[in-house]
Write a protein that binds this ligand. Structure first.
Ligand code: MLT
Length: 210
């Protein structure tokens, strides 16, 4: 299938199994739409994969929203970019005939996925947030009742302090999300443990092939 022309540059891999939820793959700073395709294939074999490229450039590096410096976000831009990404997801669902996706975000991609959950709570079926931090100091009141979210933090992450990840977990739980927060013996980078936990979490939700 040729990728449709939509509002984000993206890559789409159709499902080879119909009983598996589609994944929305959101890369980290400096990544692109190709980065997380292998991860998607590993954690949810046969799932449709929708992978947009962030539109914000920081020194030529794609991101999903503007930041003032590392860990300090332009929150107006976070809100606007989350709305823009929600519109893309609706377009892509119509173009490719997809159910609501489960987001799988890494670093900056995990932060926009968290912002999507908190500002556009109907858009995602669930989310795996790898090394996410608080995207909005005071999020709006969102209803995430029963929505499953896996938050994977790194015990020695130099970018996301432990109390920040705990604060994000609190925001998601307060909105009603069914949150599983795990801290791995890892830094900011992806580890084998992330893949193992993400795959098991998807299987437990009945959203990925065993
Ligand atoms: C962000 O800017 O979203 C976080 O600092 C993570 C990163 O992209 O380095």
């Amino acid at each position: 299938m040729t990728d449709a022309v939509l509002s984000f540059v993206h890559r789409f891999e159709p499902a080879t199994r119909q009983d598996v939820a589609p994944l929305l793959l959101l890369h980290g700073t400096g990544g692109d739409e190709n980065d997380l395709i292998p991860l998607g294939d590993m954690i949810a074999p046969g799932a449709a994969l929708l992978s947009p490229r962030g539109k914000v450039l920081e020194g030529g590096m794609p991101r999903f929203f503007r930041r003032l410096r590392e860990g300090v976000f332009d929150e107006d831009d976070v809100r606007a970019r989350a709305a823009e990404l929600a519109a893309f997801i609706a377009e892509a669902r119509a173009a490719y005939g997809l159910a609501a996706p489960i987001a799988v975000g890494f670093s900056n991609g995990a932060n926009i996925a968290a912002a999507l959950l908190l500002t556009q709570p109907k858009v995602l079926a669930g989310a795996i947030l790898i090394r996410a931090m608080v995207p909005l100091a005071v999020p709006p009141a969102a209803d995430l009742a029963g929505k499953r979210v896996l938050l994977l933090s790194g015990a020695t992450d130099p970018i996301v302090p432990e109390n920040n990840a705990v604060r994000l977990a609190g925001q998601l739980r307060a909105a009603g999300a069914d949150l599983d927060h795990r801290t791995l013996p890892a830094g900011h980078g992806l580890s084998q443990g992330d893949l193992t936990l993400a795959r098991a979490w998807l299987q437990a939700s009945g959203r990925a092939a065993a």
